[in-house]
Design a protein around this ligand. Structure first.
Ligand code: ASP
Ligand code: MG
Length: 420
């Protein structure tokens, strides 16, 4: 039994959907296809949430979203599927009364429509010529808590539901379902965090003891650096779960960070392959890794340095550090780099405005807080003496850390304005 995941870029137009059809055509059962929202739909839906939640006029972006999906649908199918039209109507209805809800709850009411629409269109396409697949609403099997927009999976209930619904069905048919979405105990829609479709694939693979999980991407496999940033890159033929987990931890946009644990627990191999060239073998992540360590470069922009300073001339001791870490845990904020001194604790995080606001609310009573915006973080995993030459020249270092294997530097690039 196999799980295939297709991201938004792979189904961003009608040709992408036809290509998906070619990838899956040899199956008639034993396959679950997990699909994201088409192209940049999730960004568009986020924009819609913001406008509609603020009580403003959202008609234009809504029409754009509909036109985009209808454009793809009409090049694939003769008739717009009824199920798709129902989704459009439901989305409109949902947007019309959004402002009454808490922002994150509102987000999770709207954003799942991207995945629901894409899978509806794609399953109609796949079923046009033959009765090929069965459409499943992932919210009926993936149970989460109520941490809206970054919900955590309830593994016990999810495992039971996945097993009950899917274990016999996949012996008869191919199943198509949505990545990224789930529901809470009250039946409200939830989402698993941006780019969470990989994670859904891994959850299903774990619960069903799949033989393999394949993520089809627009790159030939996993590279040691982002080719948009660095000229020379090397592709990994194999990676161990551990290596890949570390890469995602440092921010490599290889795979959603939560994806690896569920499949590693069951020793399920994960293959990252190109949907553009099906002959390439891609990168296999399994218990068996590479022999030689290749330096891996990870760059993250839009970093924020938060410095908390004690107010009462006491030390930044373990108790205070513990308190700060608890607050970050509560807000589900990941620290990308940290350093402490006698009176301060500095941490580098992704700059997400609404979370920064909450940090201020929760920490400014006990600490003097300062913020430095628009920074970059570079990580070299498995560095070699030569690899430092690949870092941007003239970077002004804000914070630096080196261990036996890894090097990290937080910097402001020369051309950046200090006040931005
Ligand atoms: N559509 C969602 C996103 O763009 C989930 C995913 O693509 O994995 O974040
Ligand atoms: Mg996506």
């Amino acid at each position: 039994m196999q799980i295939f995941k297709f991201g938004g870029a792979s189904v961003k137009n009608a040709e992408g959907v036809r290509n998906l059809g070619r990838v899956v055509q040899s199956f008639n059962k034993g396959l679950i296809i997990v699909v994201s929202a088409m192209g940049k739909t999730t960004n568009k839906l986020e924009e819609l949430v913001e406008i509609a939640h603020g009580g403003k006029d959202y008609r234009e972006p809504l029409e754009e979203l509909k036109a985009y999906h209808r454009g793809i649908t009409s090049s694939l199918l003769e008739k717009i599927p009824l199920h798709y039209l129902e989704l459009e109507a439901k989305l409109e209805n949902t947007l019309s009364d959004l402002s009454q809800y808490d922002p994150m709850f509102a987000y999770d009411r709207v954003v799942p429509f991207g995945e629901l629409m894409s899978t509806t269109i794609i399953s109609s396409y796949l079923n046009e010529k033959r009765n090929f697949c069965c459409w499943l609403d992932a919210r009926t099997v993936i149970r989460t808590d109520q941490y809206f927009s970054e919900a955590n999976v309830d593994w016990v209930i999810t495992e039971r539901q996945v097993w009950e619904v899917l274990s016999s069905l996949i012996k008869e048919k191919v199943v198509i379902t949505q990545g990224f979405i789930g529901s809470d105990a009250e039946g409200n829609s939830t989402t698993l965090g941006r780019e969470g479709s990989d994670y859904t694939g891994a959850i299903l693979a774990h619960c069903l003891n799949a033989d393999g999980f394949t993520v089809w991407k627009d790159v030939p496999g996993i590279l040691n650096a982002d080719p948009r940033i660095m000229e020379e890159t090397v592709q990994y033929a194999r990676l161990s779960y551990r290596e890949a987990t570390e890469m995602t931890y440092y921010g490599a946009q290889v795979i959603h960070p939560k994806t690896l644990k569920p499949i590693a627990q069951k020793s399920i191999p994960l293959t990252v392959r190109s949907f553009l060239d099906h002959d390439l073998s891609g990168t296999i992540i399994s218990s068996e890794g590479i022999k030689k360590d290749i330096p891996c470069f990870i760059f993250k922009g839009n970093q924020l340095l938060v410095t908390a300073q004690v107010k009462d001339h006491s030390f930044m001791d373990e108790k205070k550090l513990g308190f700060i870490l608890q607050v970050l845990d509560l807000l589900n904020i990941k620290i990308n780099l940290m350093q402490n001194s006698a009176l301060t604790f500095s941490l580098c995080i992704d700059n997400k405005g609404f979370k920064v606001k909450r940090i201020k609310e929760l920490l400014s009573r006990d600490f003097i807080l300062s913020f430095e915006h628009s920074l970059n973080l570079a990580t070299i995993k498995n560095y070699t003496p030569e690899s430092f030459e690949k870092l941007p020249p003239n970077l002004s270092v804000i914070m630096e850390q080196k261990t036996a294997n890894n090097y990290q530097v937080l910097y402001r690039s020369e051309d950046q304005d200090e006040t931005s």
